[in-house]
Write a protein that binds this ligand. Structure first.
Ligand code: SF4
Ligand code: SF4
Length: 383
């Protein structure tokens, strides 16, 4: 079952085929399964307070269709996420409101989750024990349905199925883990550990309109026109990245999952269901991901001392737009490294403290944060 991937063409969110396609994916994932008295936790990507047209969050029509399908099967359905930004009930409510989740819940008969109580689990990351906090509401549910959005990402190149579960970590603890596991490999291992722990029962990606460029929140909406589903979240991502012109082995989470033996990038037993003839719509990747590319290609060949100096010349610059910034302080309060402070009403970064996690860019409600390449990087990467 975990080797089946569904890819269905959908031309827009008003496409009447969305509902039947969603039903088909669910029927295939859970043939003859009884959902009476079962709790189904539906986890869309509700990164921050944005309207659906901005393509930052999973579209409410898709969420509604998924919830309706499980509600009709007799399940108690809960929609929930722990968005980035302030850890407060009023912020969560305003995120649910802007992203259309009140509407999705009302139309489908689902409930919205307001319980951000953490549940502690002992896990192993980098061969040492770590206590991992996840939402108790997710752990207490019988099923976890993962609804990611197809987007590029400044740190992990792509954010889809596995990365969407990062929102199951409550509130500001997300920022703490970003700091503790700042290295990209460690961060990817955390994502994989989270997926091993929560084991999503089904992943359905909103790839109808995704995001290219400075994702996951400051990029440009881009039409792809597909819904992609599988019981295997890595398989959903592997399919999606190929459709946006990337190689699955260039996506750090997929590459590490392959190395750890959790997912195979060379599995020839994959069964494609649905519209198997797919066009490729190339997505631009974020400026910041070029640096990961650089380290992969050159780091091993250059003496460590020299590498340090080169990295200094290559460090990306975070630029806070004078025109767009409203001094709301969300980036400052969300910075895991406490590297930002307000200076002349605008955030200023302490580059010695910055861990280049790009949370400030990810969570800025005004898209006021951009990443600029220094001259050496522009010359090296020539785009
Ligand atoms: S950069 Fe964005 S998040 Fe930071 S203070 Fe300005 S508007 Fe707020
Ligand atoms: S300044 Fe931005 S990129 Fe740097 S650590 Fe803080 S949130 Fe991350």
């Amino acid at each position: 079952m975990n080797n089946r991937v569904f890819t269905y063409k959908c031309t827009g969110y008003d496409d009447t085929r969305i509902g039947p396609y969603i039903q088909q994916i669910i029927e295939d994932a859970f043939p003859n399964e009884a959902f009476n008295n079962k709790t189904v936790f539906v986890k869309p990507n509700l990164l921050t307070r944005r309207v659906p047209e901005q393509a930052v969050t999973t579209h409410p029509v898709l969420v509604k269709e998924v919830c309706s399908s499980f509600a009709k099967k007799g399940a108690k359905v809960i929609i929930g996420d722990s968005p980035g930004g302030p850890n407060s009930l009023s912020w969560l409510k305003s995120v649910y409101n802007s992203t259309g989740m009140y509407w999705a819940a009302k139309e489908s008969g689902a409930e919205l989750n307001y319980d951000l109580t953490p549940h502690n689990e002992n896990v192993r990351i980098k061969n040492s024990h770590k206590e991992l906090q996840v939402l108790k509401a997710v752990v207490d549910s019988d099923y976890l349905i993962n609804l990611p959005k197809c987007k590029t990402h400044g740190l992990t190149v792509f954010t889809g199925g596995p990365k969407n579960l990062y929102g199951c970590i409550p509130g500001l603890i997300k920022a703490k883990y970003h700091l503790e596991l700042a290295d990209l490999d460690n961060f990817c291992e955390l994502i994989i550990t989270l997926n091993e722990l929560l084991k999503p029962n089904l992943t359905i990606m909103d790839a109808i309109i995704g995001m290219e460029g400075e994702g996951p929140s400051s990029g440009t909406p881009k039409y792809l026109g597909y819904i992609i589903g599988s019981r295997n979240p890595y398989l959903v991502d592997a399919m999606a990245v190929q459709m946006i012109g990337l190689n699955p082995s260039d996506i750090p989470v997929l590459k590490l999952a392959h190395e750890l033996g959790i997912f195979s990038l060379t599995d020839d037993s994959i069964i494609n269901v649905g519209h198997t003839k797919k066009e490729v719509v190339p997505f631009r990747v974020p400026v910041a991901t070029r640096y990961a590319d650089f380290s992969d290609r050159f780091a091993k060949r250059i003496p460590k001392k020299l590498l340090g100096t080169i990295y200094k010349w290559l460090k990306p610059a975070l630029v806070f737009s004078e025109e767009k910034c409203t001094s709301c302080r969300i980036c400052i309060e969300s910075c895991p490294a406490a590297a930002l402070k307000l200076h002349n009403k605008r955030p200023k970064v302490n580059v010695k403290e910055c861990i280049y996690c790009y949370c400030c860019q990810e969570l800025c409600p005004k898209s006021a944060v951009s990443v600029k390449k220094p001259a050496l990087a522009r010359w090296l990467f020539k785009h």
